[in-house]
Each structure stands twice: as structure tokens, then as C-alpha cells.
Design a protein around this ligand. Structure first.
Ligand code: UDP
Ligand code: MG
Length: 314
């Protein structure tokens, strides 16, 4: 049995050696072959040099270096494209995904009852409250309006069978939202909660706004519900305006027509103008995503690798 570990790395020069040491310690205690796929996502520090060093000392280390920063989603995709294992795992390089869970995860897959073992944070302690609030709202919203089953607190750390990996690869969309893709392909998934761990070295690449935009991307990738907002607004406004029309006609018949209502007219115009721009913006978001999909650009470009079988552009 061959186990492939996919590790996206962006500016992880401090964390990577520690990650390698911890992970190989666990892996060597397990009774299986493994390959470590280190994806260098256009790091600006010495991450790539560290990778090459590790690969020189250990033939089981494969490095794939991107020509620039393509983002973690693309790095994971490159890992899936190049992983040859029977079981495939995705792990962060900062040891926030404890390698000590791997033996248990492999055992669960080997039992044959599950196709995938996913992990999620047991709770959200240590996180800013505003961020937790937004996160919870995001999960309840996206689960209501899409058919991707996305679990609150799910991490990207998961072990899966080759079949599930192939299913994920068959979703070759350009705008990738892995949490949704993992849920969308289905399969029998075992959820393993664990205590949140702080990153071991370096710093997080996610600011609040990056996360916020990522959430919006997720919603747009997996739901068409926002597109129907315009129709609902439209129907409601039509109904209301009809009632208003009745009101004005009746008032005219009963009381005559003193010229008034300048302020209310402006309010209505501005309100409807705002709604129209808002809805246009939503359509624009979908159009922009569609535009990127239609261009059919590659997800990543590998400029340097030590794997002969590497798919360099895909
Ligand atoms: N990462 C990446 N490309 C990026 C940003 C991040 O490959 O553009 C990697 C990063 O090296 C790490 C993982 O994605 O292995 C998770 O990143 P991070 O720890 O910053 O995210 P957090 O754990 O804070 O959500
Ligand atoms: Mg992290």
C-alpha cells in the first residue's frame, strides 16, 4: 500500500523541516510505503532550497515548484494530479494538521467501511469572536443554498481513497473551493474531530478579508441562489408598486391631487436604483467566474520538479 501526502507550501522555510521530521517519524512507525509531495507555491523565501535538501536526502520526497504563487487550491490540485498512492492525504506544512492522526486514519480506511477520513476542529477556541461568528453564519448559509455538504470547522486535512481522488480530479473547474468539492463528490466520510493546534512556525497567510472573499467564492462556486435574488426583489417590488398605484388613484378620487411627495419620490428612485446595481453586481460576480472558466487556463505551471512522471502544466 502506497500513501501519498500532499503538502502545499508557501513561505514555510521554518516550518517545513519540523514538519518533515515529525511526519516521517510517524510514517516510519506505520507499516506502509509513502511518498511526500511537496508543492512549492511560488514561495519568496528559501522554502524551495529546503525542499531540495530534503529530496536529496530522501528519495521518497518529491518536489513540485510552481512558476509563481497560484494559491493553496492550485497546489492541492497539482498534488492530486501527481499523487500515485492508493491512499492520498492533504496536509498543511505548519503541523496544524497533526501527523499523529495518520495511523488512525489509515486504519479507518483499511476497515473498508469508509472512502475518506476528514478532520474538523472540535471547537473554535482561540479564534477572534468576529471571525467565529462570520464562519458559523457562512456554514449555515452555504449549506442552506447549495448541495455541497460542508461541515462547520472542517479542515482540508483528509485522507481519501484513490477512487475519491479520481472523482475530485474529474472536477477540473478553475475556481476551486475544496471544502465544497470534497463534499460534492460524496463518498462515505468519517469525521474525526481534534483539538485545534497553533501553527509551529512562520505566520498564517489568511487575513480576515482574504477569508471573507474565499467564503464569497465558495458560495458562488456552489450555489445559484444569489442569482434568483433579483427575481424575488423584482416580484416584490412589482406587487408593492401595484398597491401603491391603487392607493394613489383612490386618494386622487377622494381628496383631489395636491402636488406633494417630492421626498418620497426621490427615496423610491434611489432605493430601486440601489437594488438594481446590487443585483447587477451579483450577476457580474457569476459572469466573472464564468469568464475565467471559459478561458480554460491551466491551474498551475510547474517550473522545477524531481518527479519524472510530473504533469507540468494542467
Ligand atoms: N499555502 C499555499 N499557498 C498560499 C497560501 C498558503 O500553498 O498561497 C499553504 C501554506 O503553506 C500552508 C497551508 O497552505 O501549508 C495553509 O496555510 P496557512 O497555515 O497560512 O492557513 P491557516 O492554517 O492559517 O488557515
Ligand atoms: Mg495553518
Amino acid at each position: 500500500m502506497l500513501l501519498s501526502l500532499i503538502v502545499p507550501c508557501y513561505n514555510e522555510q521554518e516550518a517545513l523541516p519540523l514538519f518533515y521530521r515529525e511526519t516521517t517519524k510517524v510514517l516510519s512507525s506505520m507499516d506502509c510505503d509513502y511518498e511526500l509531495l511537496l508543492i512549492n507555491d511560488g514561495s519568496k523565501d528559501d522554502t524551495f532550497a529546503v525542499m531540495k535538501e530534503l529530496a536529496d536526502a530522501d528519495p521518497r520526497v518529491l518536489y513540485f515548484s510552481f512558476s509563481r504563487n497560484f494559491g493553496k487550491e492550485s497546489a492541492m490540485y497539482a498534488g492530486f494530479c501527481n499523487a500515485r498512492g492508493d491512499y492520498i492525504a492533504v496536509m498543511d506544512a505548519d503541523l496544524q494538521d497533526p501527523p499523529s492522526l495518520l495511523p488512525k486514519m489509515v486504519k479507518i480506511l483499511q476497515s473498508g467501511e469508509y472512502d475518506s477520513v476528514a478532520t474538523r476542529r472540535a471547537d473554535r477556541t482561540g479564534e477572534p469572536p468576529v471571525r467565529s461568528w462570520f464562519a458559523r453564519k457562512f456554514y449555515s448559509l452555504i449549506n442552506r443554498i447549495s448541495d455541497a455538504d460542508i461541515v462547520d470547522g472542517a479542515r482540508d486535512f483528509r485522507l481519501m481513497s484513490k477512487d475519491m481522488k479520481d472523482a475530485i480530479l474529474s472536477m477540473s473547474e478553475y475556481n476551486r473551493f475544496s471544502k465544497g468539492i470534497f463534499g460534492w463528490v460524496g463518498f462515505r466520510t468519517y469525521w474525526l474531530p481534534f483539538e485545534n493546534v497553533e501553527r509551529i512556525a512562520g505566520e498564517t497567510k489568511w487575513s480576515f478579508w482574504k477569508l471573507f472573499n474565499y467564503a464569497i467564492d465558495g458560495i458562488i462556486s456552489f450555489s445559484q441562489a444569489p442569482l434568483s435574488i433579483a427575481s424575488w426583489f423584482g416580484i416584490t417590488m412589482t406587487g408593492l408598486s401595484f398597491l401603491f398605484l391603487l392607493f394613489i388613484v383612490i386618494r386622487k378620487l377622494l381628496f383631489g391631487d395636491p402636488v406633494a411627495g417630492w421626498a418620497s419620490t426621490i427615496c423610491v428612485i434611489v432605493f430601486i436604483g440601489g437594488l438594481q446595481l446590487f443585483c447587477l453586481g451579483i450577476i457580474g460576480q457569476y459572469l466573472a467566474k464564468t469568464y475565467m472558466e471559459v478561458k480554460n487556463r491551466p491551474h498551475y505551471i510547474i517550473s522545477d520538479t524531481n518527479a519524472d512522471h510530473a504533469q507540468k502544466i494542467r
